[in-house]
Design a protein around this ligand. Structure first.
Ligand SMILES: Cc1ncc(COP(=O)(O)O)c(C=O)c1O
Length: 446
């Protein structure tokens, strides 16, 4: 047994449950549970000792040490036996130095955390390694009978769930809103052998069904309502600080849908503070697509309450969510960090993603939402030229090929593609080829 302890706890700290229980909500107030760590025990080790340990694990070849998540296992699931961990060496995604984009936006320090550079191409792997490891542990040690793991998904969660379950030999079930995911997203759970159901509804409708399917506890729920996922995703924060030499960026911008990821980000920074690894929190900014922005709407009303909306179609399909389950945790994240919520329209997100691509990135539309928010806040002066900003890129652009092809072919409805890069058709003769090259090379000279 580890000297470090963690358990499920409700938002007010009134009731607690072991992490091996199959439970998602408090029996006292029905609020979503959180994984609560014994922060005193974590703080009993000095910040220097933690930093040394984390640096040593960075050099190790052990699978758990090579995972960005399990290399910080004491602050994730301290009691997880190493033999039950299901890992694909997720995490430790690159912190892309976006200095050309920074120059274009008139700022000094900008990085993009490429969470989509992962096994299934999105940040969902970070949380899924934790959840599936815990299920694997529960099954292997005969703690509870579990027949399968299920999730509702806008595409990326299902891909991560099916891959990790397939690796562990655990059956998985995914509910997707029919016709609302990209081809690359849909084929992932199909390939990994999940039971795939495309429902004639939106994500919020899939969420209702999965909660019913998982009600009897033999099918385990893998959505971010299950706070084990948050524990994996929160390691983005210590990872960023570690990559910056344990410096805290001034501002972190993250796209938000169901709002689990922003809750995780904030928790990660708070845990780092409790362990003495950092001495202040960054400002956290959530970016939402205008067509699915219930969190932004609540923010403009001083967070009076969440008014669920019917989310409209957006290019950022993974955040087409109208009733975010992690709303209370996300409000806390914004309030604690003096944060902001920004809304970005379809044209802004498409152009921001493709402007960034011109500087070497390859952005998914959700990253476009975060970059669109950055552009707006820079233009308004809300983000200053001297501020150090990290943008969280949540998925790999390769999962959203339709978005990118349509953008460059200027086929996106009601969108002017400012950064379209058309393919030139030319005769295979040197004259016409040179004419195009001369014109285009002159246009591209910076
Ligand atoms: C690519 C991508 N970006 C952003 C998000 C939003 O994360 P969250 O729903 O935790 O706010 C998701 C969630 O589905 C996603 O798949």
């Amino acid at each position: 047994m580890s000297q470090f302890k963690a358990y499920f706890q409700n938002i007010n700290g009134e009731d607690t449950y072991p992490l091996t229980d199959v439970i998602y909500r408090s029996k006292v107030d029905n609020s979503l549970l959180e994984v609560h760590h014994d922060r005193e025990a974590l703080a009993s080790r000095s910040p220097e000792e933690w930093k040394k340990l984390f640096a040593e694990r960075r050099m190790s070849f052990k699978p758990a040490d090579q995972s960005g998540i399990w290399s910080k296992r004491e602050m994730v699931l301290p009691d997880m036996p190493e033999e039950d961990i299901v890992t694909m060496r997720e995490g430790w995604s690159p912190l892309f130095d976006a200095s050309i984009l920074a120059r274009e936006l008139g700022m000094k320090k900008l990085s993009v955390k490429l969470c989509g550079n992962s096994h299934t191409g999105s940040f969902k792997d970070l949380g899924m390694t934790v959840l599936v490891s815990q299920v694997n542990h529960i099954i292997k040690k005969n703690i509870h009978p579990i027949d399968a793991v299920a999730c509702a998904s806008t595409g990326d969660t299902s891909a991560a769930l099916s891959a990790y379950c397939a690796k562990a030999g655990i059956p998985s079930i995914v509910f997707l809103p029919a016709g609302k995911t990209s081809t690359a997203q849909l084929i992932q759970p199909i390939s990994n052998g999940s039971i795939v159901l495309a429902l004639d509804t939106d994500f919020d409708g899939c969420m209702k069904i999965v909660q019913q399917v998982t009600a009897d506890n033999r099918i385990y729920l893998a959505n971010s309502m299950n706070s084990l996922r948050v524990e994996g995703q929160k390691t983005i924060s210590p990872e960023i600080c570690q990559e910056l030499g344990w410096r805290v960026p001034d501002t972190v911008i993250i796209p938000g849908g169901n709002l689990g990821n922003v809750s995780a980000l904030a928790k990660g920074f708070e845990d780092c503070m409790a362990m003495g690894l950092i001495d202040h929190l960054p400002r956290i900014i959530v970016a939402q697509a205008e067509n699915a922005n219930p969190f932004y709407q609540a923010y403009t009303r001083g967070f009076d309450q969440l008014v669920p909306m019917q989310a409209k179609k957006t290019l950022a399909s993974a955040i087409q969510i109208g009733n975010p389950v992690s709303y209370p945790k996300a409000v806390r994240a914004i309030q604690k960090t003096n944060g902001l919520v920004v809304s970005v329209n379809e044209e802004e997100l498409a152009n921001a993603a493709h402007r960034a691509d011109r500087t070497g990135l390859y952005c998914c539309p959700h990253t476009g939402v975060a970059l669109g928010a950055l552009e707006k806040l820079r233009a308004a002066g809300t983000i200053s030229a001297d501020e150090e900003v990290v943008v969280i890129s949540t998925a790999h652009g390769l999962k959203f090929t339709e978005f990118k092809v349509n953008y460059h072919e200027k086929q996106l409805e009601n969108i002017v593609s400012n950064f379209a890069n058309p393919v030139f058709k030319a005769k295979a003769e040197i004259g016409p080829v040179m004419d195009i090259l001369k014109k285009e090379m002159a246009a591209r000279r910076r």
